[in-house]
Design a protein around this ligand. Sequence first.
Ligand code: LER
Ligand code: MN
Length: 272
Amino acid sequence: MKSAVTISLVAEARGGPFVFWDGLEAGCAHAAALGFDAVEIFPPGPEALDPVAIRALLDRHGLGLAAVGTGAGWVKHKLRLTDPDPAVRQRAREFAGGVVAVAGALGAPAIIGSMQGRCDPGTSRGQVLGWLGEALQELAARAAVHGQALLFEPLNRYESDVFCRQLEAAQFLRDLAAPNLRVLCDLFHMNIEEKSLADTLRAVGDRVGHVHWADTNRHAVGFGHLEPAPVIAALREIGYTGYLSAEVLPLPDSVAAARQSLESFRQWTGRP
Ligand code: LER
Ligand code: MN
């Protein structure tokens, strides 16, 4: 398994669970100095990411790119893949598709989290899942062009009611028959929704595509009451070799949260 740390470039998301906030240059410099393998970027949109410049920046710091988030589509532009308005759904697909393309050009997967939306009153769950399924199939096909996965992230009940539990999401993705669709398992959301984190990870199995390495209170792992040992054992059992990416509150400050995230990663994976 490999370590990663989040960098948000979205001013509107300030206060959210991202570690670094002061630009890509500064975030990459901190991540590399601390010893992370990679960064995960939350951009305001696809146009904010120049693949050539980002490749040069990552290479200069010896960092990988773990994933790129699409959440600004919702946070900044109020775009949802399941909006009842077809014009909004279309714009949402274009926005997410742009992020998938730029992430793919950089050799990374994109994440569909808050852009999944929620079931509005007056809209049936069947309709919402239909719209979501169509969008994920289209976006997965765009990711496949680059040989990348598309990561779907179940969110806890206070953020969405589309898929809050990992296994239900994994079954939905399996039925879509797009083999590069994977589940992003965020340990913070899982702590709220799952009976057992380890059993759930084992059940999702080879559909686990990415992990958000967060404690129960969304602080860095070790600052809450998560028991990492069974989580790591389950990930080993299913043969997971992807990222444990620190998507946590920048508390007590960004560098301290990053340092604790990496220390806990090293402690529990045994990686130097
Ligand atoms: C939101 O709670 C979250 O976990 C993010 O990774 C989704 O964009
Ligand atoms: Mn997350």
